[in-house]
Design a protein around this ligand. Structure first.
Ligand code: C6P
Length: 404
């Protein structure tokens, strides 16, 4: 049984006051809060286990290596990847996408090739591809959307061709909440021989991901958006494709043999993991994923759907409020604008009431251009949020409206 109070009790930050008020956190798409077990695992590492990994023969180094590699296996199982060597630890989603984009520019793209991304991509899934395209003279092709925030699948099909070398697509939009039909999009891209990268930053904490069922070639996510630490993320890639990419960065751990003139590289996954990694973050990511596994992603999705449904029904009753992102298949995000109210002013007034939302372009400026707005206010929900908190948000918005 899903018990929101039991879940809330595991997040120490939820007991604190912000500006003298009960803390209501609706900025979960930016980062999730951390449960006690994740905090403790980071603490224990530094207090009791501090050591570098993959290098030492002493006890703590070997222990740390074992724990870090345990997380790799946890992530493999979580994503249903075939091999744990297909799981590369990175700093986060941005880093994972840059790794693949760098590899594509260095070894797979040539002038005239096409990279397809949609209007709703996060800047992290736009700029790395622009950098790659600029290096070789490739082109960026935009997959269009409609005003509800749905991908136009028929247009997508028409845009795909043998020139398409890569499609990189957001699984769930951080701004609109749209759940994209990625499985279908992947299959269509494969028909023309393109590889597909999925930006899973907003997906992993909200829906079950099975990379083999999706048949995606690369999948990226960040630990901090799934109740884990910042500074640790994941790139999944099919083994043969990761093998075909050159290293991203040079340094310790990614080498096999170094001479002054030439280096041979380590095998997967270490070929892409140069330098001392975020050891504590990697180890604690195991706790975050186990936390999610124990609740169950189906239960999480069901509860969040009820939050979204309730919040949407309440928000649309507010005079002058327009939802941005009204796709049928949506995850727990409400972006909106209110006539005569600037999102930043609203965000500030909500903050004074202890309510955290995000305001701005949410790192999706092309999407703001598409809707011809400078910014939205975004409330994004997670498993510890309650219907009462949503009532608090609605009241907070009403109060702010009266003041503005
Ligand atoms: N979105 C938001 O408030 P990093 O920073 O690398 O952990 O994640 C980047 C990123 C990539 N893709 C998507 C879909 C994202 O939502 C994000 C992060 C946050 O919406 C911060 S801008």
């Amino acid at each position: 049984m899903f018990d929101v109070n039991k879940i809330r009790s595991q997040f120490p930050i939820l007991t604190r006051k912000i500006r003298g008020k009960d803390f209501i956190y609706f900025d979960n798409a930016a980062t999730t809060l951390k449960p006690q077990r994740v905090i403790e695992r980071v603490n224990t590492h530094y207090a009791q286990e501090s050591a570098n990994i993959h290098r030492g023969v002493h006890y703590l180094s070997e222990f740390g290596t074992m724990e870090y590699e345990k997380t790799r296996e946890t992530v493999r199982a979580f994503l249903n990847a075939k091999e744990s060597k297909e799981i590369i630890f990175t700093k986060g989603t941005t880093d994972s996408i840059n790794l693949v984009a760098h590899g594509f520019a260095a070894s797979k793209l040539k002038a005239g090739d096409e990279i397809m991304i949609s209007t709703m991509e996060h800047h992290s899934n736009i700029v790395p591809w622009q950098l790659a395209a600029e290096k070789v003279g490739a082109k960026i092709i935009e997959i269009p959307i409609n005003k509800d925030g749905d991908i136009l699948l028929e247009e997508y099909k028409k845009l795909l061709s043998t020139k398409t070398k890569l499609v990189s697509i957001i699984a769930i939009s951080n701004t609109l909440g749209t759940i994209n039909p990625i499985k279908e999009m992947i299959a269509l891209a494969h028909e023309v021989g393109a590889e597909v990268m999925v930006d899973g930053a907003q997906a992993v904490a909200h829906q079950k991901i099975d990379v083999r069922d999706l048949d995606c070639d690369y999948f990226a996510f960040s630990g901090h958006k799934i109740f884990g630490p910042t500074g640790i993320g994941v790139l999944y890639g099919k083994e043969s494709l990761l093998d075909s990419l050159p290293p991203y960065q040079g340094g310790g751990d990614m080498i096999d043999r170094v001479t002054i003139q030439k280096t041979t590289y380590n095998e997967l996954p270490f070929k892409f993991e140069a330098g001392t990694p975020n050891i504590a973050g990697g180890i604690a990511l195991h706790e975050a994923i186990e936390f999610v596994n124990e609740i169950g992603l189906e239960e999480i999705a069901k509860y969040e759907e009820s939050l979204l449904h309730y919040a949407t029904s309440k928000l649309v009753e507010i005079d002058g409020l327009t939802l941005i992102g009204t796709a049928k298949n949506k995850a727990s995000v409400n972006s909106f604008v209110i006539e005569g109210v600037h999102p930043h002013d609203l965000g500030t007034l909500l903050d004074q009431q202890g309510i955290a939302v995000r305001t701005g372009h949410h790192c999706t400026q092309p999407l703001m251009d598409f809707y011809q707005i400078p910014a939205t206010t975004r409330a994004s929900y997670s498993i510890y949020n309650t219907m009462e908190e949503i009532d608090g948000l609605v009241m907070g918005i009403q109060k702010a409206k009266e003041l503005l």
